[in-house]
Design a protein around this ligand. Structure first.
Ligand SMILES: Nc1ncnc2c1ncn2[C@@H]1O[C@H](COP(=O)(O)OP(=O)(O)OP(=O)(O)O)[C@@H](O)[C@H]1O
Length: 251
């Protein structure tokens, strides 16, 4: 018997006024693996992420999470099941300190974040864990500064710490290294490797060095379809992929 995949889509399709942005996509992500989604601009990667997280409703097809059908559920129903997403565009509260960001994320599942009148002292229990997470991403010395004072790469590192605080079964990362210089890219690769220990990660990235360093398997999308799927070494030498994507990237 094969193990239940952490994530599976069957013939997943999204049409916008007759235009198919995602077309009959079958995706299988085994539990505990790191899976990359790549493809040229407009291939349907972001739309697929939106379908997986409930931000868009599929036109047809199915999404299974850990064997359970979650097709068409709302984001607020899907997130508590254990799917977390970090966005391509940084989505931080600029005035809040780094430690406060982590404490809120840690308090989220218990609802303490919303019970502000009681939370001041009870939040203290999250302080220790918040500091551990900041330590892990190399931001412990910035615990008390507002997020607005961070450099771009540091903001992305904070987002990864927040993702770790949520402790999801499935973590979706939308272009974790977008806009980064080489040092930040290598640092992010190391961080994602830490994050991936003991969980399942699906990420979108255009940087093939990142994909090759992190992904156990790669799915290549083109015009909404799955063009190729397999280990990085196999996919990168696939003629169709070279023509459709890597060739274009090299140009
Ligand atoms: N809300 C929408 N209404 C109409 N068309 C849309 C909508 N969202 C996406 N599309 C179209 O669907 C296609 C896939 O877009 P998507 O953003 O998923 O691609 P992508 O692979 O994430 O691209 P990129 O690498 O540029 O982020 C594009 O042609 C886009 O214009």
């Amino acid at each position: 018997m094969t193990a239940t995949p952490m994530l599976e889509t069957r013939a997943l399709t999204k049409e916008f006024r007759g235009f198919r942005a995602v077309s009959e996509v079958d995706l299988t992500v085994a539990s505990g693996t790191v899976h990359a989604l790549v493809g040229p601009n407009g291939a349907g990667k972001t739309t697929l992420f939106n379908l997986l997280t409930g931000f868009l409703t599929p036109s047809s097809g199915t999404v299974l999470f850990d064997g359970h059908d979650i097709t068409g559920r709302a984001p607020e129903q899907i997130a508590p099941l254990g799917i977390a997403r970090s966005f391509q565009i940084t989505s931080l509260f600029e005035a809040m300190t780094l430690r406060e960001h982590l404490e809120l994320a840690l308090a989220g599942p218990t609802g303490l974040g919303r019970q502000w009148w009681r939370s001041v002292t009870r939040m203290a229990r999250f302080k220790e864990r918040a500091m551990e997470l900041l330590e892990q991403v190399g931001l412990a010395d910035k615990a008390q500064v507002p997020a607005s004072s961070l450099a771009y790469g540091q903001k992305r590192a904070l987002e990864l710490a927040i993702a770790m605080a949520l402790d999801p079964k499935l973590l979706l990362l939308d272009e974790p290294t977008a806009g980064m210089g080489i040092e930040d890219v290598d640092r992010t690769i190391a961080l994602v490797k830490q994050l991936a220990a003991g969980r399942t990660v699906v990420f979108v990235d255009h940087n093939m060095h990142v994909v090759g360093s992190l992904a156990d398997r790669v799915t290549v999308l083109q015009s909404g379809y799955v063009l190729a799927e397999g280990p990085y070494e196999q996919v990168r030498t696939d003629e169709r992929v070279i023509t459709a994507y890597l060739g274009a990237a090299h140009e």
